[in-house]
Design a protein around this ligand. Sequence first.
Ligand code: ARG
Length: 269
Amino acid sequence: MRRHFLMCRPTYFAVDYAINPWMDPAEPVDVARAIDQWTRLVKVYQDLGHDVDFIEPVPGLPDMVFAANGAMVVDGTVLGVAFRFAERAAEAPSYLEWFARAGFATQAAKAINEGEGDFLLAGDTILAGTGFRTDPAAHAEAQELFGRPVISLQLVDPRFYHLDTALCVLHPTPGSGRSEIAYLPEAFSPGSRRVLERLYPTAIKATARDAAVLGLNAVSDGEHVVLPVQASDLARRLASEGYEPVPVDMSELLRAGGGPKCCTLEVRQ
Ligand code: ARG
């Protein structure tokens, strides 16, 4: 239940380009507020007993706070990332170097993939998004490197451009009696919806209201679910299943299209 996370302080946070529909460079951002919200998130994890490591933010990389996009780590093996947009390209080597220096086995990305933005480990299965960022070729790369089955899921709504904005893994083990995942069906193609129905017949289906505040961009340790405070329907559903919702306000980071999960990269030793 104890987790290990890597996070990046939003010291240089800004919205000066738009690579998803949430970003509007004409709207001012409050960096101090972003730092404050992020600092609270760190504290929430630490209070839950999780370990948090930090990567040094780099000036000129305003989205580097979204550590989920920095890598995918399973069993101490790291798949590096390759970003879809040039604006974020320079984040990739920073993250890969952090892991190399920390002694992890690393492999640089060949195809475009945005780390845990589009790869989510659910039990022994890797759920993998494509459609906006991660290239399907990266799904095969991940399967080969990690030796886990990868299920490709097609995202269709540009507001939910990463898998972790449309789907949240709640429980690491199947058959726990609780829903293993929560997701927004409308964010997926018809075929992918049927795949999710088949694999997770008892999943929580999020409401459009929850998804519209990035409620699914949540981090679960199997017991506590850290989620945006605005996602009240989802919090109620989780509580009714015996999960403990832990609400956080990430409204300033939402201006860049991110929530708690985007700020959090899981380090699986
Ligand atoms: N502005 C960032 C982008 O569009 C936000 C990334 C959010 N990260 C995530 N894991 N969904 O790339």
